[in-house]
Design a protein around this ligand. Structure first.
Ligand SMILES: Cc1cc2nc3c(=O)[nH]c(=O)nc-3n(C[C@H](O)[C@H](O)[C@H](O)COP(=O)(O)OP(=O)(O)OC[C@H]3O[C@@H](n4cnc5c(N)ncnc54)[C@H](O)[C@@H]3O)c2cc1C
Ligand SMILES: *[C@@H]1O[C@H](CO)[C@@H](O)[C@H](O)[C@H]1NC(C)=O
Ligand SMILES: *[C@@H]1O[C@H](CO)[C@@H](O)[C@H](O)[C@H]1NC(C)=O
Ligand SMILES: *[C@@H]1O[C@H](CO)[C@@H](O)[C@H](O)[C@H]1NC(C)=O
Ligand SMILES: *[C@@H]1O[C@H](CO)[C@@H](O)[C@H](O)[C@H]1NC(C)=O
Ligand SMILES: *[C@@H]1O[C@H](CO)[C@@H](O)[C@H](O)[C@H]1NC(C)=O
Ligand SMILES: *[C@@H]1O[C@H](CO)[C@@H](O)[C@H](O)[C@H]1NC(C)=O
Ligand SMILES: *[C@@H]1O[C@H](CO)[C@@H](O)[C@H](O)[C@H]1NC(C)=O
Ligand SMILES: *[C@@H]1O[C@H](CO)[C@@H](O)[C@H](O)[C@H]1NC(C)=O
Ligand SMILES: *[C@@H]1O[C@H](CO)[C@@H](O)[C@H](O)[C@H]1NC(C)=O
Length: 601
């Protein structure tokens, strides 16, 4: 039994994006390549020396397939690797999503599909990359960007859905090579009072990716709260945005488990942030978003005892378009709180309009919840009985289910979540999501699940399109509300984080793309947001729309003002700006020029 994130990602073949930006007035801009302030060859070369020859001039990866740069052999190799997300994560000249590599507002794209004769535009791919091997390299690159007033981009894996790891005309810091992992039995945070001991933990450098982390802790018979992906980074945008996990109900969010960060700040110093030292920065890094407060060089998180797991797979299927599918959808969501209270967490994938052969279409939900510290499959199966009874009563609903016991979290993760190909196969696609957090209270309320079903039913479901539900909050995430961190407070009330993506072809016209973005922000987000009301819940910063209206409130709720103040303290000049990140509203969309307040006159 294999479940792929691929299901989700193949269903939105998206491409370049563009938005209508009102013409702002600028008070100051960063130094740009055509200007006199741009560093000379000599100055770049000096930077290269100080970082031991790890500076590279960067072109988009598909440049070898175009115009003067065409190189048959290199183009062939690139074509083979085009959709390989592991390869993409290591390339300075690639992100994971085509739309965030391009800069369509400036007619700069470098699609592999474009004719060989067409020139390859740099787009949002950085001009130079500091391929950091050590934290000192990061320090030097930060100081260089600061002293030359350059746009800085931090790329870890390039997975970001909001375009936060690419930036036009920028110097990139690539953290990919920083792979150190060290387990300790007794972690003592720097500056902690005598006798303070946080117990077993893992210290990882900025470039560690999720499978590397899982394997390293499993070797010591431990486990760790992290996400479900072959290539996402563990210490970068993932944890700094909050970080959800298929074992969240058991041990909370990844950021709940953070004990300490080491950070290069905007003035180039290396500081420790934990509960005892620079605690405001520590608070902000646990959910305040990547690329905003400094460059994290390493993160320390708790490890947990390895335990057995029972995984429960339940599939719900109706004939395509049968309205009873949406009754089943309601029943399923109404059952989530009780499954989640038993510490079940995981995912479900919905395909409201799934053609299975020439003549047949079905509507289906495929769910997969993990129950840690369980060995008895019957005990877990029992939890599903009330739901199955309800589904039977609806009629016309086919239910297939199967519990599978696993000896460990490690085997569960690698068999159920990261099986199949060793890449996420996200590369070359483009990503725009619409997402919302939905509360446990909604699912338990009178008519709540039906209201949710009505909203999701009103979304347009093209053949093969899908939605994903993440049951990654609940028990431990809810109790962890006592942890004072910047993570969206809505997470503490959440039972499901739900999203869908929209797709288009590379040759879709700019006008069509703009219309799609507009429909997402003006129609589709409001449909989902209105289920609980604008003030009640919100969205998860790491898996949200790249044009999210009112992102400050949606991503951080009441925490935003405090985050903004911490940002001003640690980065008063805005060296670290990421799209839709804290303080990004003071800059234009590309982060190149400061924007004067629109309403100042
Ligand atoms: C296939 C797939 C599976 C996913 N699964 C999960 C999941 O299970 N749980 C979950 O919560 N999310 C998941 N996500 C979302 C994921 O958390 C975000 O895409 C996140 O932004 C990835 O972080 P990154 O560092 O790997 O990527 P990047 O795109 O490289 O970076 C993301 C942001 O963090 C910044 N950043 C990166 N490194 C640092 C650093 N060292 N210091 C400061 N800033 C930094 C970047 O500048 C950027 O702003 C998934 C995404 C994909 C594509
Ligand atoms: C940096 O130095 C290395 C090693 O000498 C060299 O290969 C590389 O091309 C240099 N980078 C730049 C941008 O000149
Ligand atoms: C490209 O690779 C394919 C195999 O993947 C090979 O058949 C072909 O000859 C290669 N072309 C060039 C120009 O190297
Ligand atoms: C964890 O799972 C992977 C994949 O199945 C396996 O290669 C590895 O040996 C496991 N580690 C331990 C300690 O069991
Ligand atoms: C791993 O830890 C679990 C829980 O503490 C224990 O039951 C098991 O025996 C350990 N396995 C090994 C190989 O040490
Ligand atoms: C950088 O900022 C930190 C924290 O504000 C401060 O302690 C340190 O002295 C500063 N370093 C430099 C080089 O200015
Ligand atoms: C679809 O229906 C047609 C006509 O009834 C039939 O000939 C064909 O075999 C069917 N195809 C499949 C895959 O069932
Ligand atoms: C549920 O559907 C998935 C995807 O089609 C399939 O792989 C799995 O075997 C199904 N589960 C059951 C219990 O039938
Ligand atoms: C906008 O979104 C709604 C909901 O998904 C859909 O029904 C409608 O067709 C969309 N309109 C356009 C113009 O895409
Ligand atoms: C766009 O590209 C797709 C293949 O990706 C092709 O099938 C389609 O015909 C193209 N559309 C136009 C208008 O060129």
């Amino acid at each position: 039994m294999i479940f792929y994130w691929k299901f989700l990602y193949h269903s939105f073949l998206l491409s370049a994006t563009a938005i209508v930006v009102p013409q702002p007035q600028y008070s100051s801009c960063r130094c740009r390549p055509h200007e006199n302030c741009w560093p000379t060859q000599q100055q770049w070369s000096t930077l290269n020396d100080t970082i031991q020859g790890n500076l590279v001039a960067v072109r988009p990866v598909a440049s070898v397939c175009h115009a003067m740069e065409y190189d048959a052999k290199a183009c062939n190799a690139t074509t083979e690797l085009w959709t390989n997300s592991v390869w993409r994560s290591a390339q300075p000249g690639a992100g994971q999503w085509e739309n965030w590599e391009a800069w369509p507002e400036h007619h700069e794209t470098c699609y592999i599909e474009s004719p060989q004769s067409s020139r390859c535009g740099q787009g949002r791919i950085s001009l130079y990359s500091a391929k950091a091997q050590t934290k000192y390299h990061i320090q030097k690159a930060v100081l260089f960007a600061k002293s030359h007033n350059l746009r800085l981009a931090i790329k870890n894996t390039g997975h970001d859905f909001l375009g936060r790891s690419t930036a036009p005309e920028s110097l990139q810091i690539l953290t990919h090579a920083m792979k150190d992992i060290k387990l300790v039995d007794d972690f003592i945070p720097k500056g902690a009072p005598d006798g303070k001991n946080e117990g077993p933990a893992v210290i990882m450098s900025a470039g560690v990716q999720l499978p590397e982390l899982y394997l390293a802790v499993a070797k010591h018979n431990r486990t760790v709260i992290a996400g479900s992906s072959h290539t996402v980074g563990a210490a970068g945008g993932y944890i700094q945005g909050g970080g959800h996990s298929p074992f969240g109900a058991w041990k909370g969010l990844a950021s709940d488990n953070a004990l300490e960060f080491e950070v290069v700040t905007a003035n180039g110093s290396i500081v420790t942030a934990n509960s005892y030292k620079n605690s405001d920065l520590f608070w902000a890094l646990r959910g305040g978003g990547g690329g905003t407060f400094g460059v994290v060089t390493s993160a320390t998180v708790r490890t947990h005892t390895e335990v057995p797991v029972v995984v429960y797979n339940l599939n719900i299927t109706t004939t395509g378009g049968d309205p009873r599918f949406w009754h089943a959808f309601s029943a399923f969501h109404a059952a989530l709180p009780s499954l989640n209270d038993a510490r079940g967490s995981g995912y479900y994938f919905g395909f409201p309009n799934l053609p299975i052969d020439q003549n047949t279409t079905v509507s289906t939900i495929i769910s997969l919840l993990m129950f840690p510290e369980k060995t008895d499959v019957d005990e877990v199966a029992k939890l599903y009985e009330p739901l199955k009874t309800k589904l039977k009563k609806i009629g016309g609903v086919k239910v297939d289910s199967m519990p599978v016991p696993f000896p460990s979290v490690n085997s569960t993760i690698f068999t159920m979540l990261l099986s199949g190909s060793d890449a996420d196969s996200t590369g070359s696609l483009s990503a725009l999501l619409v997402s919302r957090l939905f509360s446990k209270d909604l699912m338990l309320s009178d008519g709540g699940p039906e209201r949710l079903a009505k909203a999701w039913k009103s979304i347009r479901w093209d053949p093969f399109s899908s939605f994903t539900g993440h049951v990654v909050a609940g028990p431990a995430v809810a109790t962890n509300k006592d942890i004072d961190s910047a993570v969206n407070p809505a997470w503490r009330k959440t039972v499901s984080h739900m999203l869908f993506g929209r797709g288009w072809k590379a040759n879709t016209t700019l006008a069509q793309k703009k219309a799609m973005i507009k429909n997402m922000t003006d129609v589709e987000i409001p449909i989902l947001r209105s289920v609980e009301g604008e003030d009640q819940m919100g969205a998860y910063v790491n898996e949200a729309n790249g044009y999210e209206p009112g992102f400050q409130k949606a991503f951080w709720g009441e925490n935003y003002l405090r985050l903004y103040k911490i940002k001003q303290k640690w980065d008063p000049k805005g060296l670290f700006i990421s799209r839709k990140g804290v303080g990004s509203e003071d800059w234009d969309d590309a982060g190149l020029c400061r924007v004067m307040a629109y309403d100042s006159t």
